[in-house]
Write a protein that binds this ligand. Structure first.
Ligand code: F0G
Length: 458
């Protein structure tokens, strides 16, 4: 018999209680948090969809690995295990451990960047862009045109526009391109995958122009799932073989292991070129730690090595992608406007389409984030004009292109009944949508305001 229900392919051995709360209590908590869920305490939350980063549940094997962790300063056995796992996956000779993704980014883009350099990506993640711009270089996003249309169905909406890539290399001069970076899956573009065909084309263009080609590979296993099921010729390949093929097309990769390595902390740089690796190792030792631990404990490296294997297990990946799709498609069928097709790690709701009566300067995304918390204790993040809005000379808001709310799903943490609870909360969101009011910002810092800004309901 073939079952319809895709069950979680694990049993729960250790549990972390969720503190239940009433709507009235949450109204009080939210008041104290100035209507910004970043300012809530974690025990005031029922379902935490703030991020899929560093929030995975580890397996029994990983916890056993934690006990085996070798905390030697140099040449630790746990480093050897991590190095072997990363080398096996990426096929590259030089592996540098870092405490998380942005540390790897600071090292590599600090070295490759600088004034006059240009970096080109399908979409630079915020920290990637910040590290590039901090070095004095510029970061340009060129996703394919389809990625700008939230309801349009395309199998690989994370792809990079290769025509624009060629034009940009010509315009800027190949010698001024710091690197081309493919982010797989494309987090800022809705968690959408990149195809092998697109990766091959980008690789070819980079080779012809002698431009460095890198992967931001923090969700490489999820991307491999989409390739196997959507791209011709990959049906019979393993997820790992698909990932290995993708790595074979690039010169290097930066990973935040807090995603697809199923750990709570960790990252790495993987490089082919000896000179770049040496330069990066010097920077690593100055700011992260010795070359055989980066910013990590032995136990972290041990868990990371195991997580990198577990993430490619077919039952795990099938459950992972199907459970994200399950939530997303249920919301879609109910009439909640979501980015389609559903991506790998998150469901993105288009708050501008949901709350058509709330203009961008009253932050429709923030309104939905607050509603989801009050109605269901669900914490999500606004990716719209709160996060990316700017002011003109007159102090008027220049809104972000989209007003999205991200429901990022931690790996191996929530069950199907948690998803049903979220769907039920959205039913109430739909029923009451006309009565929802916008928000005004009452206090904000100069940079990255979404983390600490305070809001007032209008
Ligand atoms: N690249 C991508 C595509 C990411 O999504 C992230 C983090 C990073 C790099 C940076 O890694 O956090 O380990 O320093 N994304 C998290 C998120 C924060 O919520 O999407 P980090």
């Amino acid at each position: 018999m073939k079952h319809k229900t895709i069950i979680e392919p694990f049993k729960i051995k250790s549990v972390e209680p969720i503190l239940m709360s009433t709507e009235q209590e949450r109204i009080e908590y939210m008041k104290k948090a100035h209507n910004n869920p970043f300012l809530l305490d974690s025990d005031q939350i029922i379902i935490d969809f703030l991020t899929d980063s560093g929030t995975s549940a580890m397996s029994v094997e990983q916890w056993a690995g934690v006990m085996r962790g070798d905390e030697s300063y140099a040449g630790s056995k746990s480093w050897k295990a991590m190095e072997k796992a990363v080398k096996n996956l990426t096929g590259m000779d030089y592996i540098l451990p870092t405490h998380q993704g942005r540390a790897a980014e600071r090292i590599i883009y600090g070295y490759l960047g600088g004034k006059g350099k240009t970096f080109i990506s399908n979409t630079h993640f915020d920290t990637t862009r910040a590290n590039i711009e901090y070095s004095g270089a510029e970061a340009i996003d060129i996703p394919i045109e389809e990625s700008y249309h939230s309801s349009l169905i395309h199998p690989f909406k994370g792809n990079l526009d290769t025509h624009q890539l060629k034009a940009l290399i010509r315009q800027k001069g190949a010698e001024n391109i710091g690197a081309v970076i493919l982010t797989v899956t494309n987090n800022s573009g809705g968690g959408q995958p990149v195809s092998m065909e697109n990766t091959r084309e980008v690789s070819k263009i980079c080779k012809e122009n002698n431009v460095l080609f890198l992967l931001d590979c923090c969700r490489i296993a999820e991307n491999a799932y989409f390739i196997k099921h959507r791209e011709a010729g990959f049906e019979n390949k393993t997820y790992k073989a698909i990932a290995q093929e993708m790595f074979s097309l690039v010169d290097g990769a930066a990973m935040s292991s807090k995603k697809d390595a199923l750990v709570n902390m960790g990252g790495f740089l993987s490089l082919r070129d000896k000179k770049i690796a040496q330069e990066c190792t010097n920077r690593l030792i100055i700011t992260e730690g010795f070359a055989t631990y980066g910013g990590l404990s032995g136990r972290d490296m041990e868990a990371l090595a195991i997580g990198l294997k577990e993430v490619f297990e077919p039952d795990y990946l099938h459950y992972r992608i199907k459970s994200t799709t399950y939530l997303g498609e249920k919301l879609h069928k109910m009439g909640i406007p979501v980015i389609m097709p559903i991506g790998g790690h998150a469901v993105y709701v288009d708050a501008k389409k949901l709350y058509t009566h709330i203009p961008p300067h009253q932050y429709p995304g923030q309104a939905l984030v607050c509603e989801l918390y009050i109605k269901g204790g669900i914490r999500t993040v606004e990716i719209g004009s709160v996060m990316f809005g700017k002011y003109d000379e007159k102090g008027e808001l220049i809104p972000a292109p989209m007003e999205l709310v991200r429901l990022a799903i931690p790996r191996r943490v929530y069950t199907q009944s948690h998803m049903e609870y979220v769907v039920e909360t959205f039913e109430e969101i739909l029923k009451t949508k006309e009565t929802v009011k916008g928000y005004a910002i009452t206090e904000e810092p100069e940079f990255l305001r979404h983390f600490t800004a305070k809001f007032e309901k209008l």
